[in-house]
Design a protein around this ligand. Structure first.
Ligand SMILES: Cc1ncc(COP(=O)(O)O)c(C=O)c1O
Length: 402
């Protein structure tokens, strides 16, 4: 187990005497002082635009920003630095692919394959693309244990399949999907592959070279980094062939009154003044996670998951959802007679933060036959005592609603 007391010392939010049991890291994570400092030092000491300022602080800001590209490359074993594009979020990264790749390369009657487990951010962009281009949108079905039923993959993928986009780890069940199997099936018919890594990168060692997908998306704020920064990793040859997603600013090479030519990848996809401070903060987040050790964080979360499942399953009023063998530290549940929104509000009176709702995954809720669930999710700053407090507060709330 990690030294949680020491880790909490790194996070200003844990320095208050108020009870604080934060179990919503799948939604967003708390920030260590080093990340906050990296952002504020940029604003305090070298706030300047990048790629254009011909003075010292501008050069320093440019170096700091571009250096994070190298950090992402090393962190995720990305083959080419030019493959790393900074966006605002996973959502923007996935929209970038759906628009910039989809608009250009999808044709009427092509098939796009997603899954029934997707976060809306990896579903709605494909629904829009399919409507616009007359593409058939199909999905890998969800099995009752919260895994994907990949036995149907052979029927679902054909020479008509042009793109397959699935989540690496589910934000609802924590299920780690068999992405290499799905990618191999997609590649066997020449389809482009996209992974939504929003829940994977913060919690496990991800190796892009080994996974061998065409596009991979994730967000900084779910990995102790700032909000407002995401990453899209794309295969450089594909990025070269795509048109820009947004235009203006440094994404051009030349502009006349009639037409423009584009900057090289990745800058072609970074229109306007980028989110400089947030990218620098993401770099500090990567450094911090590497210092603690991503494998150590993963092991710590796995022992919390095991303990959480053990403790919560002892309460007969609790329904737990999902039972994947390969699973991250996310526990969706409901409590008999208590709507999850009420539960979350009651838990909050004990200083416990959990998510309640459809988790931006309404098709999963439909599959489960519920409108919402509560969800506890764990990260490096959680310990078993957090889970004990959660269990106690759930029991107290259930008694109120009895
Ligand atoms: C699996 C998954 N995909 C995409 C997203 C969207 O991330 P963001 O809101 O940072 O764009 C989330 C956020 O909860 C998520 O869990």
């Amino acid at each position: 187990m990690l030294d949680v007391k020491k880790i909490r010392g790194d996070f200003p939010i844990y320095q208050s005497d108020k009870p604080f049991v934060y179990l919503d890291s799948a939604s967003t994570t708390q920030k260590p002082q080093v990340v906050i400092d990296a952002v504020s030092t940029y604003y305090n000491a070298y706030a300047a635009n990048i790629h254009r300022a011909l003075y010292e602080i501008g050069e320093k800001a440019t170096d700091a920003y571009e250096n994070v590209r190298l950090k992402v490359k090393a962190f995720l074993n990305v083959p080419d630095t030019h493959s790393v594009i900074f966006t605002r979020s996973t959502t923007e990264s996935l929209n970038l692919v759906a628009y910039a790749w989809g608009q250009k390369f999808l044709k009427a009657e092509d098939d796009v394959l997603v899954s029934e487990m997707e976060h809306h951010s990896n579903l709605v962009p494909w629904q829009l693309a399919s409507k616009k281009k007359g593409v058939n949108l199909d999905y890998i079905p969800l099995a009752d244990d919260g895994t994907l039923d990949t036995s149907k993959l052979g029927d679902l993928i054909s020479s008509n399949t042009k793109l397959v986009s699935v989540g690496h780890q589910s934000n609802v069940f924590g299920t780690v999907n068999p992405v290499k199997e799905i990618i191999a099936a997609a590649k066997s018919v020449g389809a482009v592959t996209v992974l939504d890594g929003a829940q994977a990168v913060p919690h496990m060692a991800v190796d892009i070279t080994d996974i061998h997908c065409d596009f991979y998306a994730f967000s900084g704020h779910k990995m102790v980094g700032p909000t407002g920064v995401g990453v899209l990793i794309g295969r450089t040859e594909l990025l070269d062939k795509m048109d820009p997603f947004m235009s203006g600013g440094e994404m051009i090479n030349t502009v006349t009154m009639k037409e423009s030519t584009w900057n090289d990848v990745p800058w072609k996809f970074e229109a306007g003044t980028p989110n400089i401070a947030q990218v620098i903060g993401l770099g500090a987040a990567i450094d911090y996670l590497q210092l603690i050790g991503v494998d150590a964080i993963h092991d710590h979360e796995q022992s919390l998951l095991k303990y959480g499942l053990e403790i919560l399953s002892q309460n007969k009023d609790i329904t737990l959802y999902g039972n994947a063998a390969n699973r991250g530290a996310v526990i969706p549940f409901n409590v008999k007679r208590v709507h999850s929104h009420d539960l979350a509000k009651f838990l909050d009176t004990d200083g416990i933060c959990v998510r309640a709702g459809h988790h931006c995954a309404q098709p999963i809720m439909n599959h489960l036959g519920v409108s919402a669930t509560a969800r506890a999710s764990f990260y490096l700053y959680n310990d078993k005592n957090d889970i004990d407090q959660l269990a106690k507060s759930i029991e107290k709330t259930a008694r109120i609603f009895a």
